[in-house]
Design a protein around this ligand. Structure first.
Ligand code: VLZ
Length: 134
């Protein structure tokens, strides 16, 4: 039985999110707004097909993908870059690599103790966010 990330999740804790945004060259004012926001992650999982929505009162970020199929991602409203993204399962973690201008860029999702974890990486910065079920 594969991990099921589906559902509505609300951000509970966030560590190094501002440092992550800084590595992406997101400007100071936008970073200050971004770190003050409540975020809701809405995940729809249907086999290997996923839809991710990150919702906030300021901006939303949404996209869909299929595990194992590389896709073009434009990080609209984040750092507005084009990356080549590929999502795979590594054991029970859903792992995305985002190939582009920034090295070592990607994210990982997994469930632990009933919570949804997200690790966002860019270069040498690792941000960890924990979401609880809404
Ligand atoms: O998440 O790549 O869950 O795409 C922050 C939105 C979204 C708030 C961060 C506004 C999403 C920020 C990062 C303005 C600068 C991300 C993936 C993994 C799904």
């Amino acid at each position: 039985m594969p991990t099921d990330l589906s559902g509505k999740w609300i951000l509970e804790t966030s560590d190094k999110f501002e440092e992550y945004l800084k590595k992406l060259d997101v400007d100071f004012a936008t970073r200050k707004i971004a770190i003050s926001l409540s975020q809701t992650k809405v995940v729809s999982q249907d086999g290997d097909d996923f839809e991710f929505k990150t919702l906030s009162t300021f901006r939303n970020y949404e996209h869909s993908f299929t595990v194992g199929l590389e896709f073009d991602e434009f990080t609209k409203g984040l750092d507005n870059r084009n990356v080549k993204s590929l999502v795979k399962w590594e054991e029970d973690k859903l792992v995305c690599t985002q190939r582009g201008e920034k090295v070592n860029r990607g994210w990982k999702h997994w469930i632990e103790g009933g919570k949804l974890y997200l690790e966002l990486t860019c270069e040498d910065v690792i941000c960890i966010q924990v979401f609880k079920r809404k």
